[in-house]
Design a protein around this ligand. Structure first.
Ligand SMILES: NC(=O)c1ccc[n+]([C@@H]2O[C@H](COP(=O)([O-])OP(=O)(O)OC[C@H]3O[C@@H](n4cnc5c(N)ncnc54)[C@H](OP(=O)(O)O)[C@@H]3O)[C@@H](O)[C@H]2O)c1
Length: 155
């Protein structure tokens, strides 16, 4: 971040995320509040969320604690990534740094065993397009996903 802050032009961070970072997948009320309250969101709170999940795993209670039901550990890593991206965007507001997330959608890669709706090249092309948006169109703290016909910010 210190190097990004010194950049003469807009610094652009695009974290590759997943729709599984949707907060609706979390039903645990305290975690939901933590993720939704952008004013008080902090690195400490994000770390606390992860520690809470690990604690529930160690205790064997995670299934009843309102964590995402599908690809749980992956989803939580993406929730943390999205929360951290929003935090970075907020902390660097007005500093010429854009921080966003992007879900490439179901893409044919090693992770999906070669299954998916698009090739890695097609997904990367869209990611590059977001990262290289002209300064007047460049948002920060957003979540982009590929929809059928267009590129839409927000989940
Ligand atoms: N494919 C999808 O449908 C899909 C959907 C939504 C989001 N995503 C996201 O898109 C991103 C790329 O996924 P992918 O589908 O391309 O998966 P992938 O085919 O499994 O590729 C993952 C890449 O990450 C590298 N990697 C894994 N762990 C690493 C580590 N600890 N340090 C450094 N590199 C590491 C791997 O390197 P090696 O090859 O050396 O192991 C590999 O190049 C991920 O963030 C994934 O969550 C993918």
């Amino acid at each position: 971040m210190p190097l990004f802050r010194q950049s003469a032009t807009i610094a652009r961070i695009l974290n590759v995320s997943s729709r599984l970072a949707l907060q609706k997948n979390v039903t645990n009320p305290s975690i939901k509040n933590l993720l939704q309250d952008e004013e008080t969101l902090s690195e400490g709170k994000i770390e606390h969320m992860i520690s809470q999940f690990l604690d529930d795993v160690y205790k064997g209670t995670w299934k009843d604690k309102g964590w995402p039901k599908v690809w749980t550990d992956y989803s939580i890593s993406k929730l943390a990534l999205y929360a951290h991206s929003k935090l970075l965007a907020k902390q660097n507001k007005g500093r010429n740094i854009s921080v966003n997330c992007f879900c490439p959608g179901f893409t044919r890669t090693a992770m999906t065993g070669g299954r998916g709706d698009r090739t890695a090249e097609e997904a990367a092309e869209v990611g590059a397009r977001i990262a290289l948006l002209p300064p007047h169109c460049l948002l920060s703290g957003e979540f982009f996903k590929i929809s059928t016909h267009s590129l839409t910010p927000k989940l």
